[in-house]
Design a protein around this ligand. Structure first.
Ligand code: AMP
Length: 394
């Protein structure tokens, strides 16, 4: 059983909240504050229930050193605007200054600590650093789904010292992603994107659950190659050819419909395409690379999506960043939105899926759930109990 905010009375307590404020920055400005907005329900609930809150997060990859460009100060300012409250900022993430500021907090007050990754102890899961963080508060509320698969001090170290609970955002992620693992059937899993290594575990786990697996994006060419197809200059991960062959055999064995593209949009270059064709068949000409799925594949994928009760979508079907190669991704998203409107449960995830949803004019509300964690959602869909969740379970 997952311990949640329902299991604590935070009145008069100091609560440490691990948020995911890993926002994109452009010239020191926050380029997208979605992650900050998503943290608000948990923060507001705890404040309304009479707690004072100490917020902590990582931002970027400062490599265990203090670097001004990775400071969380801009986040404290934006958070203050969104909450319409003063957010105190501590230039340290632990130590005497953080302790003093935490001690001074009064009911309803908010303190944000400096970037956890300025201290190498965060990534190393240093017990001393974890103990210092824990000493600031009475309990931990975990809301950083994006790093829930990491054994870092703020994720698994702090709960060794103080009681830990899931925040509302994390609770929601777990609730919906679990419905991808224990689906109302039939389940359709649609995967794309470039990196096959990050999705192999999901394919293997889903072979036992999904009625259909649809695979597009750059990763499909390793599977097509293993299936004996010509893939031209398409993305190929030779290290996964054998695994890809095993997956195709297993799918046949288990009677899972594994659908690969039967036609492509192919080009001579991703960045400066001069020659762009529709292949008409599953093979890609030797001098070209597959950059998107084409009409017949879209039609096949659409049918499977529309006949599913649960849909898991992760990764774009093509190089959607170029609008000439975005049709496949757009059509698949359209089908998922249509299925959702008709009552199917749709769970979309992965950083690039979220970017595609925004870039191609869809809204998060068009889907049942859009996961905030890229790597974390994939690890979850592999069926593993993730370290940051394990420490929140009774
Ligand atoms: P990933 O991080 O593995 O989900 O990959 C996302 C990226 O895959 C996006 O930036 C897409 O442009 C890229 N992608 C999708 N389809 C292809 C393709 N056929 N060839 C190369 N890259 C692709």
């Amino acid at each position: 059983m997952l311990r949640t905010l329902n299991d604590i009375n935070p009145e008069g307590k100091r609560v440490l909240i691990r948020c995911d404020f890993n926002v994109p920055l452009k010239e020191g400005e926050i380029a997208d504050d979605t992650r900050i907005k998503k943290a608000l329900p948990t923060i507001n609930e705890l404040l309304e229930k009479g707690a004072s809150v100490i917020l902590m997060s990582h931002l970027g990859r400062p490599g265990g050193e203090k670097k001004a460009e990775f400071s969380l100060r801009p986040v404290s300012e934006r958070l203050g605007e969104l909450l319409e409250k003063d957010v105190k900022f501590c230039q340290q993430n632990a130590g005497p200054e953080a302790s003093r500021m935490a001690q001074d907090l009064k009911r309803g007050e908010i303190l944000l600590l400096e970037n956890l990754r300025f201290n190498p102890g965060e990534k190393e899961n240093d017990p001393v650093f974890a103990g210092e963080l824990a000493s600031l508060a009475d309990c931990l509320v975990q809301d950083a789904f994006g790093t829930i698969h990491r054994e870092h001090a703020s994720m698994t170290g702090v709960p060794e010292h103080i009681p830990a609970y899931a925040g509302r955002l994390l609770e929601k992620e777990i609730k919906y992603l679990t419905r991808g693992l224990k689906p109302e059937e039939p389940l359709c899993v649609c995967l794309g994107g470039a990196k096959i290594e990050t999705k192999i575990g999901v394919i293997e786990n889903m072979l036992g659950k999904a009625a259909s697996l649809l695979i597009g994006g750059g990763m499909c060419y390793t599977l097509l190659k293993a299936d004996g197809r010509e893939t031209g200059k398409s993305l190929l991960d030779n290290g996964y050819l054998q695994t890809a062959g095993n997956i195709l055999a297993k799918a046949k064995d288990k009677d899972v419909e594994l659908l690969l593209p039967v036609d492509h949009v192919a080009a001579d270059s991703i960045d400066n395409p001069v020659k762009v064709i529709k292949t008409g068949g599953a093979d890609v000409p030797e001098d070209l690379m597959g950059v998107d799925i084409s009409e017949r594949t879209i039609d096949n994928f659409r049918k499977k999506i529309l006949s599913a009760k649960t849909i898991v979508l992760n990764g774009p079907m093509g190089v959607f960043e170029n609008e000439r190669f975005a049709s496949g991704t757009k059509a698949v998203l359209e089908a998922v939105v249509e299925a959702t409107k008709k009552g199917a449960l749709s769970i979309a995830g992965g950083g690039d899926t979220v970017s595609a949803i925004k870039a191609l004019g869809f809204k998060e509300e068009d889907f049942t759930h859009v996961s905030t964690g890229g790597g974390a959602s994939l690890k979850f869909l592999e069926g593993k109990t993730l370290p940051g969740i394990r420490v929140l379970q009774d």
